[in-house]
Design a protein around this ligand. Sequence first.
Ligand code: NAD
Length: 301
Amino acid sequence: MSIRFDGKVAIVTGAGGGLGRSHALELARRGAKVVVNDLGGSRDGSGGSSDAANKVVEEIKALGGEAIANGSSVTDDAGVAHMVKQTMDTFGRIDILINNAGILRDKSFSKMEIADFQLVVDVHLMGTVKPTKAVWQIMRDQGYGRIMVTTSSTGLYGNFGQTNYGAAKLGVVGFINTLKLEGQKDNIRCNALAPVAYTRMTSDLMPPEAEKMLSPESVTPGVMFLVSEDAPTGMILCAGAGVFAAARMEESEGVFLGGDDLSAEKVAANWEKISDFSNAAPYFMGGEQTGKFFKLATGGK
Ligand code: NAD
């Protein structure tokens, strides 16, 4: 079964280069009308120009596709409102939002200024929340929407020098954990991508030989599935070098340590059982965890 996007309209943020450009081109090749958003700034988020977005629009047109450029910052309320208005005025609907824009301000936590932390959280987390909020009601009214956020192995697992980035990147996963529930009745599905690719963002962190193997094009096929009609919801897809894996949070079975005679020492004495992941399970929503707690505390009834 081929995955097509004929008649669908997609916004891709940060699509002037790297992964976003690759996602935008492939959406267009598969029939989508694409809004190529990019602020066109430097890797640390300074500066800006609409050249990057315009260039990708030209590439899409050269393929015979339809696209428009938008140079707004995903953190700017008026800019995001303009991007959505421009999309609706030009194409009349919004089916897909790929939140991809991002910057880095790496430093060990002891050297990091709060301003560097704040800016990275603003771009990755609020720069995902604001475009999503701006398309949400449109997707609800349509009874159709596919939203992707871009997380990172740093958010899921950690990386030296990236406390700001990791906090923001796990933030977007927390965001879709609830958004997937709120979107369910209107057929809005929300997923996260954790990519690895050789781009402007990572080129000085990777050996040059990695360029070919870790191409953005080796990640994009996973994105096409995550924003397709048959997309799952609430999933984290990890992708790089043509390898695809799913990540999830899970919780150990847990142990009831008693009601009246609880103590810190009892927690310490039972640490092995508490942290035994052999029967771990994932949950689709927080309430399922509360249900388990009741069950264990009342002897499994
Ligand atoms: P990239 O630097 O090539 O692309 C990011 C794009 O976002 C740039 O074109 C930039 O101009 C744009 N951008 C930055 N701030 C913006 C803003 N405020 N508004 C609009 N556009 C803005 O990097 P990339 O590697 O293609 O990264 C894409 C996404 O993937 C990012 O969210 C990044 O954190 C994530 N990611 C990348 C990797 C990797 O290995 N490359 C790993 C994990 C996560």
